[in-house]
Ligand binder design. Structure first.
Ligand code: 3PG
Length: 213
C-alpha cells in the first residue's frame, strides 16, 4: 500500500522546477502568475523580501486560483502568520529556528525549511519536517550532497535551491530523494521589467519540460 504523501511533499511532486520570485511591483503579479501557468508551472514561491510581496501573492492567488503559491524567506512566527493570512499554500525558509518550528507545529501549514548539514536535517526531522530545502545548493556540494543524504535519511525529500541553472537540473532530478529544484532563472529580472510574458511563458515551458524524461 502506498502511503499518502504529506501536504508539502504532494506540492513538490506537482512540479520539477519551482520558480523563486522576488517581486517589487504587485501590479504585474497576476499577469506573471498567468504567464507561468500558461507555461505549465503551477507551483511557485514569492519571497517575503520586498514591501510588495504580500500584495503580489494576493494578486497572484486571484489571477491563478489553480496555482500553488508559497511564500518564502519566512524567518519568524509573525512571518508564518502573515503568509497564512495572505493565502499562501505553503511556506519556505532558508533555515529553521525553534521559534519558526514551533509556529509551524501549531498549524497545518505545509512548510519547507532550509538545511545544509546532516545535523540540521536531524533537527528538522525531530520537528516532523521531512521535506527540506537544501540551500545553498550549487554554492555548497550540489547534487552529491543530496545523493549522500539518501542512505542516512531515506524518508527525507530535498528541494535544492541557490545557483541552480538549467544545465544543473538533471543531476538533481535523477536522484530518488529529489523531485523539484527551485530557482529564480525562470523569471529573469529583465523579462519581468519588460513585462515580457511570452518570454516568461517560454522559460516556464522549458522548466516544466524537465518533468518528461
Ligand atoms: C533564493 O531563495 O533566493 C534562492 O535560493 C534563489 O537562488 P537563485 O537566484 O540562484 O536561483
Amino acid at each position: 500500500m502506498t502511503a499518502t504523501p504529506s501536504p508539502m511533499r504532494a506540492i513538490l511532486q506537482r512540479t520539477p522546477v519551482m520558480p523563486i520570485l522576488t517581486l517589487h511591483e504587485a501590479q504585474w503579479a497576476g499577469d506573471l502568475a498567468q504567464a507561468l501557468v500558461r507555461g505549465g508551472i503551477t507551483v511557485f514561491e514569492v519571497v517575503m523580501r520586498t514591501p510588495q510581496s504580500v500584495a503580489a501573492l494576493r494578486a497572484m492567488r486571484e489571477a491563478t486560483p489553480e496555482a500553488w503559491i508559497g511564500m518564502g524567506t519566512l524567518m519568524t512566527a509573525e512571518d508564518v502568520h502573515t503568509a497564512i493570512q495572505a493565502g499562501a499554500k505553503f511556506g519556505v525558509s532558508p533555515g529553521l529556528t525553534p521559534e519558526l518550528a514551533a509556529a509551524i507545529a501549531a498549524t497545518a501549514f505545509p512548510f519547507l525549511p532550509g538545511v545544509a548539514t546532516a545535523s540540521e536535517v536531524m533537527q528538522a526531522r525531530a520537528w516532523g519536517l521531512k521535506e527540506l530545502k537544501y540551500f545553498p545548493a550549487q554554492g555548497a556540494v550540489g547534487a552529491g550532497w543530496i545523493k549522500d543524504m539518501s542512505g542516512v535519511f531515506p524518508d527525507v525529500l530535498f528541494c535544492p535551491t541557490g545557483g541552480i541553472r538549467p544545465p544543473d537540473i538533471p543531476a538533481y532530478l535523477k536522484l530518488p530523494n529529489c523531485c523539484t529544484v527551485g530557482g529564480s532563472w525562470v523569471v529573469p529580472a529583465e523579462l519581468l521589467k519588460d513585462r515580457d510574458w511570452v518570454g516568461i511563458t517560454a522559460l516556464a515551458q522549458q522548466a516544466s519540460a524537465f518533468a518528461t524524461p
